[in-house]
Each structure stands twice: as structure tokens, then as C-alpha cells.
Design a binder for this molecule. Structure first.
Ligand SMILES: *[C@@H]1O[C@H](CO)[C@@H](O)[C@H](O)[C@H]1NC(C)=O
Ligand SMILES: *[C@@H]1O[C@H](CO)[C@@H](O)[C@H](O)[C@H]1NC(C)=O
Ligand SMILES: *[C@@H]1O[C@H](CO)[C@@H](O)[C@H](O)[C@H]1NC(C)=O
Ligand SMILES: *[C@@H]1O[C@H](CO)[C@@H](O)[C@H](O)[C@H]1NC(C)=O
Ligand SMILES: *[C@@H]1O[C@H](CO)[C@@H](O)[C@H](O)[C@H]1NC(C)=O
Length: 578
């Protein structure tokens, strides 16, 4: 799969800075050997090595019943962009009628667009994907899957809805078994056809059986009855697939699994999926104090779904996303909290969404998807800041077969997606790419020690750079995780006992400032002071399993730090209220 930091290198360094041609390539992640299966909470390949799904959702379930964007860019260019942005997988959505309704399935893409009056899209497909125009919708779907596969991307097929259209409303009669457009037998038939169709496509690694179960008819006992039937049908048709089960209430609730497990004739293939958006998670991201809200929503998620990890099931965050304009303050708060949780729990995920725009959505032509990683015209990334934030999450921190390193800590900064870095003991600490970090150890005495050395993190003064020191017994070397979110790293200055928190400066260096927005105040943004101590066994610095303290560092490092500074300068835009 793609090297973890390719997006940064490509999008930022190569385009913004003139890198010398001798730049060493990042260590590539080994290609997984299919099929995938599960091993307790991990998804693993056939050699038992962890595979982390880092997917983008690509919609193909709206009225035209074709993958979005085919009028904007050639199919291959879209696949390549998915790879270059660091994703290793696509969750491709489909409407059940694509397979079960012959009058829809037999339409050509040309006819499907024409019947909806989408003449501009039709003209766009003629230019960008002429080969697809006169294929049937089923063949177009197959062409998309095979193009993704030829770009080494894994594919999860997601049955989003029955009748093509924007999903999901409580009253759209597509929400639960027995709804007008949700006949369980038709669904089983469609799932079987889909699973069979991709029997010989190893890159099709899993199927989400049904998206966001919901509505007035939802019922736990029917959930077990039909999800188990669906899982058996798919497994019978294609035993290589991971089978991904959605919860109730728009896939926000899997809490019924506290009380009863699924019963199936096979093991090692079941994954649960959860959706988590800032606008629907019950927290007040607009007006609440982000520390308090982050704690509250995480407690809710623990009960509703995250407990499954501890019970030995993989959890796939198959939809999360934000308005990528950076101007939605509630979404910005939510995103930092989400990223901190995603780093700590290291779960599999799929971003909503890949598409920068739709042929038509909810009646609006060429609808701009503000949650899309691609721009409206599908030509470039909508926000390189956003890509930097998720880059560290695109490869696994932990899991079977990844490395032989003993566990260490990273000091992760969710607002930027970067990690606490050391250049040399005498230089101020900075943020940098997590893959270039050093191994830290947050000890039981609350010291932040550079692993294998006598150096520890120390506060000097308010507004001053945080430093490495070697006499680690004073109060300014002891760091407590404070606030409800536990993401402020606070310490006491030695001269007068003033409390300060680790923070970042506009030049990308790490400083200590007075702690801010610890609780209550809902008008302030604490995220520059949010640091998450995470556990990792990932190889660092492209140096194999050698994670010793090494310096001086090479030229590349300076380029990367220059990039970081550039990113840091744009923080006020990203952070909203910083
Ligand atoms: C098949 O799909 C077409 C187009 O979406 C729709 O008009 C028709 O009602 C569907 N037929 C059945 C039997 O569901
Ligand atoms: C759920 O469905 C079962 C089986 O049809 C039914 O017996 C039960 O009453 C339903 N429960 C609720 C809460 O509707
Ligand atoms: C871990 O060490 C074993 C034994 O030396 C070796 O076979 C294996 O390939 C190593 N695993 C990784 C991921 O480096
Ligand atoms: C931190 O150091 C302690 C003491 O040496 C050790 O027991 C622990 O495993 C280390 N933890 C990490 C995450 O490095
Ligand atoms: C403590 O001392 C630092 C200087 O070392 C100063 O900036 C800070 O304001 C002092 N705090 C109090 C409460 O006096």
C-alpha cells in the first residue's frame, strides 16, 4: 500500500519547495496478501500481519447509480489521486437496485444520465471517460472496482440504500427491514449477487451489508435475524470477504452487542462499523467547552461501540468527516477530538468523502461536497491542512506482525496531525511528521523521557520553548494530563510553582504557556494545547527497527521542518478561534 507520508511529500514538499532529487523514499508498507481476516480486534492479511483500512468513501448510490465524478476526471486519475493522498482503500457505495432491478441495471451510463436530464455530466463523461459511456451501469461499477484494484487499492462494497438517491433519512422507507424499499429477501438476493460478482477480485476485501439502519421499524431482534442471514449469504457466496455489520440509529449504536453476540457458522470475518459525525454525536461542539464535550462524546462512544475493541472485534469507523473549508468551528473542534481518539485507539476508518461534487444531490446539480477531500472539479485536494491532519492515521501504530519494536510513546498533536520532535538536545522542541519522531516514554512518574536516553521534556518559562534536559527530578519535568479531555500536558515552573501547559508557537516550535480553556468556557479553543500520548510499535524514520537517538539530522529534515512552519503559520485558519 502507499507509503504513509507520500501525501505530504507530494502535495507540500514537491509542489511548494524545490526538493533536491536525491530525496530518499519513505519505507514502503508491504502489500498485504489477500484474503483478509480478523484476529481479535485487528484485521490481518493472510500472513497474519495487520492491515489498517484507511479508506475514502466514494459514492455510487445516488440517482444515476454510477460512481460520482466520471464527468469530471478520467477514472484512472481519480484512483491515482486516492493513492497519492495516502489512502489504501475505497468504500464504494451501491444501491440495491443496481443488481435487483433489471430495468435500472440494464441502463447504459449514457441513458441513466440522460433520463435524469444530466446533460452536462453526460458531456463530461464523453470527454473524460468515453469508454464507460455506453456500458451498462453494472459494467461501469465493475470498471470502477477493477481500476481501483489495478491501483493497488482495496475495495469495501457498501450497500448504502435500495432505491438510488441521497441517503439517509428516517422516513425514506429505505431504513430498516420491512420498509417499503427494504425487502429482506430482495436484499439477500442483491448481496449474494454482489458477493458472487467479485469472487475473483482479491482487492475486494469486504462488504458493508447495509448502511445506517434506521427509522421507525428498527428492532434489535430483527437486527440479529437479518444481519446473521445476510452474513451467512455473503459468506456462502464469497468466503474471502470481511463482513461488516452496521448498528442501529444511523449506525451510531451497537450497544445491544453488550448483551448478545452474533451467532454464525464461521469465524474470523466479522467487523462492526460505526459512524461518527460532529453534527450528530450529541455533544455541543458549537457552544460547549471542547475539553468537556470531547470527554462526554467519547464516554458515549465507549458505551455505544468502542467497547467492541476490548471484546476482541475490529471496529471500522466507516464514516466520519468534516466541512473541509476550515471555517466551521464546531467541526474543527470535533475533528481534533476525533483524530486524538483515532490515534489512540488505532481503529480502521473510512473518511466521508472522496467526492468533491455530485452529478446531482437532493435535486441540486453539481452539488459541492464540502466534506470531500477532492475539490469541486476533482482536480486537487480540497485542503492540504486536512490531509496533514489525517496522514499519521493512514498507517497502523500497533498490531500483529508490524515490527519487532517494543512499545514506545508518541506525543501526538491532533490539531496539526504532527508529533513532538527532537532535533538535538540543545535545540528547542518542534512538531514534525510522526514517522520521523523519536521514541518517547511517558513514565509512571509522569516524566516524558526520550526513550533509551537520560533526556526528558522540561518547561523553562511562560512563553518559552520547551527543552530537553538531563536533570529530570524538578517539578518542571513532571507532566500531568489535565482537563476533562486529559489532553493538556501541564507542569509547574520551579521558581514559583506556576502551572503551564505544553503549546505550539506560530513558528512550529513547542513552548509552554499558561493553560487555556481547561473547562467551562465555550468560547475558546484549547486545541493548540492538545497533545495525546499514544502507544506505537511502528518503525520510525525509515530506519527499520532502529529507533535509537540519532543526530545530527539530514537535509531532508530541514525541508520537512520548513514545511511544518508553513503549516503552522496557517493555524489561525484551521483552528478557527486560535
Ligand atoms: C426499478 O427502478 C426504476 C428506476 O429507479 C423504478 O422506477 C422502478 O420502480 C423499479 N422497479 C422495481 C420493481 O422496484
Ligand atoms: C421486534 O420484532 C419482533 C419480531 O417481529 C417482535 O416480536 C417484537 O415485538 C418487535 N419489537 C419491537 C420493540 O417492536
Ligand atoms: C521479527 O523477528 C523475527 C525473528 O527474527 C523475524 O522473522 C520477523 O520477520 C520480524 N518481524 C518484523 C515485522 O520485522
Ligand atoms: C517506559 O519505561 C518503563 C521503565 O523503564 C518501562 O517499564 C515501560 O515499558 C516503558 N513504556 C513505554 C511505552 O516505553
Ligand atoms: C512565575 O514566574 C514566571 C517567570 O519565571 C512568570 O512568568 C510568572 O508570571 C510567575 N507566576 C506567578 C503566579 O507569579
Amino acid at each position: 500500500m502507499s507509503p504513509p507520508f507520500l501525501p505530504l511529500l507530494t502535495l507540500l514538499l514537491l509542489s511548494v519547495l524545490q526538493l533536491p532529487s536525491s530525496t530518499p523514499a519513505p519505507t514502503p508498507t508491504p502489500t498485504p496478501t489477500f484474503p483478509l481476516s480478523t484476529s481479535s480486534r485487528w484485521i490481518v492479511d493472510s500472513s497474519g500481519r495487520r492491515v489498517k483500512l484507511a479508506c475514502a468513501n466514494w459514492a455510487a448510490h445516488l440517482e444515476p447509480a454510477a460512481a460520482e465524478g466520471l464527468g469530471r476526471q478520467p477514472l484512472g486519475a481519480v484512483s491515482e489521486r486516492v493513492t497519492s493522498m495516502g489512502f489504501n482503500c475505497v468504500r464504494l457505495t451501491w444501491p440495491l437496485y443496481l443488481l435487483t432491478n433489471a430495468s435500472l441495471a440494464s441502463l447504459t451510463l449514457r441513458a441513466s444520465l440522460a433520463r435524469l436530464g444530466l446533460l452536462e455530466s453526460l458531456a463530461g463523461v464523453r470527454v473524460n471517460n468515453p469508454d464507460l459511456l455506453d456500458l451498462t451501469l453494472v459494467k461501469v461499477f465493475q470498471a470502477v472496482v477493477s481500476n481501483l484494484a489495478s491501483n493497488n487499492l482495496m475495495v469495501i462494497l457498501d450497500n448504502q440504500i435500495t432505491r438510488p438517491g441521497w441517503c439517509c433519512s428516517k422516513y425514506d422507507d429505505n431504513g430498516f427491514f420491512g420498509d417499503e424499499y427494504f425487502d429482506p429477501d430482495e436484499w439477500l438476493e442483491g448481496l449474494t449477487m454482489m458477493a458472487t460478482m467479485f469472487k475473483n477480485s482479491p482487492n475486494v476485501v469486504g462488504m458493508s451489508l447495509r448502511n445506517e439502519l434506521r427509522g421507525p421499524k428498527q428492532n434489535v431482534s430483527l437486527w440479529y435475524r437479518y444481519m446473521q442471514k445476510g452474513a451467512e449469504a455473503v459468506h456462502f457466496a464469497n468466503p474471502t470477504l470481511l463482513i461488516i455489520l452496521s448498528g442501529l440509529d444511523y449506525d451510531k449504536d451497537l450497544s445491544f452487542l453488550h448483551f448478545k453476540q452474533v451467532e454464525l457458522s464461521f469465524t474470523g470475518k466479522i467487523v462492526f462499523e460505526l459512524h461518527w459525525y460532529g453534527f450528530s454525536d450529541g455533544g455541543d461542539w458549537q457552544n460547549g467547552n471542547p475539553n468537556d464535550v470531547c470527554r462526554m462524546v467519547l464516554d458515549t462512544q465507549m458505551w455505544k461501540a468502542v467497547f467492541l475493541l476490548d471484546k476482541g472485534w475490529p471496529l471500522f469507523l466507516s464514516e466520519f468527516g468534516v466541512d473541509q473549508s476550515g471555517t466551521n468551528i464546531a467541526d474543527n473542534h470535533f475533528l481534533s477530538c476525533f483524530i486524538s481518539v483515532a490515534a489512540e485507539l488505532d481503529f480502521d476508518w473510512a473518511l466521508w468523502a472522496l467526492q468533491g461534487s455530485y452529478y446531482i444531490r437532493e435535486g441540486q446539480l453539481a452539488y459541492d461536497e464540502t466534506y470531500g477531500v477532492l475539490s469541486w472539479d476533482w482536480c486537487k485536494a480540497r485542503s492540504t491542512d486536512f490531509l496533514q491532519k489525517i496522514a499519521a492515521l493512514q498507517s497502523p501504530f500497533q498490531g500483529p506482525g508490524l515490527s519487532n519494536n517494543s512499545a514506545y510513546n508518541l506525543i501526538f498533536h491532533p490539531l496539526t496531525g504532527l508529533c513532538l520532535m527532537v532535533q538535538s538536545p540543545s535545540k528547542p522542541l518542534e512538531l514534525g511528521l510522526c514517522g520521523e519522531s523519536k521514541a518517547w516514554n511517558y513514565t509512571s512518574e509522569h516524566k516524558v523521557v526520550l526513550k533509551g536516553t537520560g533526556y526528558c521534556l522540561q518547561a523553562e518559562d511562560v512563553g518559552e520553548n520547551a527543552m530537553l534536559g538531563s536533570s529530570c527530578s524538578e517539578s518542571n519535568s513532571k507532566w500531568d494530563m489535565v482537563s476533562a479531555s486529559k489532553m493538556h500536558l501541564s507542569t509547574k515552573l520551579p521558581n514559583n510553582g506556576s502551572t503551564v501547559c505544553l503549546d505550539i508557537n506560530s513558528d512550529g516550535t513547542v513552548v509552554t504557556n499558561l493553560c487555556k480553556c481547561l473547562s467551562q468556557d465555550g468560547t475558546c479553543s484549547p486545541e493548540s494545547q492538545w497533545f495525546k500520548i499514544i502507544t506505537s510499535t511502528r518503525d520510525l524514520g525509515g530506519q527499520g527497527s532502529n529507533i535509537e537517538f540519532r543526530f545530527p539530522r539530514g537535509q531532508l529534515t530541514q525541508f520537512r521542518l520548513a514545511t511544518v512552519s508553513k503549516e503552522e503559520n496557517s493555524l489561525p485558519k484551521v483552528g478557527g478561534k486560535l
